[in-house]
Design a protein around this ligand. Structure first.
Ligand code: ATP
Ligand code: MG
Length: 407
């Protein structure tokens, strides 16, 4: 066995810790899974450090018990409304044009790409190269050893609020676990559920979780746009609780058991017994009515995904359509409803071709968790500036660059 890696997906609904072994051939085998209900988090950010730490350690301990390994470091997912992203470019002159472009030149270009105004009190989480040009010639995927006088790199830059990042990192550090790397949740999900053909053709990934919907748009094999939207499955449950006047926990159960996003697919006469607020007796509710409540919110979420795709400016460049994941992608009928709103092909993505303890992990809810581990398997360090847990040495940048080359 070559190495052992761990990932922690700190979601709004659940915290999931995975432990994996990567063998000499680079094959990943999942040997530990720990899932615990999330606490102390709202819409992807830590709002109560003690509660969040309790939830995280519960999931870590479970994964440790099952795997027999101690988790001392982990690839950790990050999301939340504080995340901002933009495309940028870095240009550098090549002084020694007759020697070919070197790793150091690429490193300087990547540094230059971050010299734009990033939001105040934000830190860089990812600098993902999208492509290079040499002396104005575009479409270069790897400039090293090529000749030219002017190197330009196009990058996708992801930043997050310094405080939110620190709160998450400190919370994990307080459990004596080091953060290997912070990875934007939808980029991790993409690792687990997208095919390389979809990424090359152009695809939008939408991870509809409990508190947020995380979006990443991939074109020509690399990421071009990312966004976190403040909607998710909790809104569906809340709508049921309000419209059907039932407690939140009952609404959550009813949603998972009987929910459907498309009322036309539900028989008109089917009814359910559900608890009513403040009453001992149950109330009878039509299942179609339940589907109508869910349909309205799913259409709204789909409209928000469509608006984000349009806002990105890449709406005409996504022949592979939309891949849905996150727990809410389990809702029956969601695929058709989203397809009708967005007008592109839609499929539900699940982590596939896994080895080891994979029973529950093939649900779309585990896309981020599994993707984080896959990110670690491929060992892709990211550039993170001014964080206590990582410094961006030039060496780190280049190692990361080799792994993230588009295509
Ligand atoms: N069968 C199902 N039908 C409908 N919704 C479901 C089903 N299973 C899970 N969900 C919903 O999925 C949501 C949780 O998804 P997920 O586990 O991806 O969220 P998370 O990663 O904890 O949160 P986030 O990514 O928003 O921080 C919950 O709202 C839950 O109700
Ligand atoms: Mg999630």
């Amino acid at each position: 066995m070559e190495k052992t890696i761990a990932s922690i997906d700190v979601g709004t609904t659940k915290v999931c810790t995975l432990v994996g072994e990567v063998n000499e051939l680079g094959v990943l085998r999942i040997v530990g899974v720990g899932v615990s209900p999330s606490r102390g988090l709202r819409k992807g950010v830590v709002v109560n450090a003690n509660e969040a730490a309790d939830a995280i350690i519960a999931s870590v301990e479970r994964a440790e018990r099952i795997s027999g390994y101690q988790v001392t470091r982990a690839y950790t997912g990050i999301a939340g409304m504080h995340i901002a992203s933009q495309n940028s470019r870095g240009v550098v002159a090549i002084p020694h044009g007759d020697q070919g472009i070197t790793d150091q030149d690429v490193s300087r270009a990547l540094d230059a790409s971050q010299a734009i105004s990033i939001p105040e009190h934000h830190d860089v989480i990812h600098v993902v190269p999208r492509g290079f040009s040499i002396d104005g010639q575009e479409g270069v995927s790897d400039p090293r050893s090529m000749f030219g006088a002017r190197l330009e790199v196009q990058v996708h830059l992801v930043t997050g609020s310094t405080l939110s990042i620190q709160n998450l990192v400190r919370c994990i550090n307080s459990l004596n676990i080091e953060v290997d790397e912070l990875i934007l949740a939808p980029l991790a999900s993409g690792e687990a559920v997208l095919t390389s053909t979809e990424r090359a053709m152009g695809v939008a990934l939408a991870d509809v979780g409990g508190g947020t919907t995380d979006i990443a748009i991939f074109i020509e094999g690399s990421v071009w746009h990312t966004a976190i939207l403040p909607v998710g499955g909790h809104h569906l449950t809340n709508d049921i609780a309000i419209c059907l006047r039932t407690p939140f926990d009952e609404a959550e159960e009813v949603k998972k058991k009987y929910g459907h996003a498309d009322p036309t697919e539900v028989p008109e006469d089917e009814t359910l017994d559900i608890a009513a607020f403040g009453e001992e007796v149950h109330q009878r509710v039509s299942r179609r009515q339940l589907a109508e409540v869910l349909n309205a919110r799913v259409e709204e979420i789909a409209t928000m995904i469509l608006q984000e795709i349009k806002r990105s400016g890449y709406d005409g460049l996504l022949p592979a359509g939309v891949v849905l994941c996150g727990g809410t992608a389990e809702l029956p009928g969601i695929r058709n409803v989203v397809r009708n709103v967005i007008g592109l092909p839609v499929r539900v993505g699940r982590p596939q071709d896994l080895q080891g303890l994979v029973d529950t992990l093939t649900s779309p809810a585990y896309a981020t968790s599994v993707g984080l581990l896959m990110w670690g398997q491929n060992h892709k360090p990211v550039v993170v500036r001014s964080h206590p847990h990582r410094t961006s040495s030039g060496k780190g940048v280049l190692r990361w660059f080799r792994n993230l080359l588009p295509g």
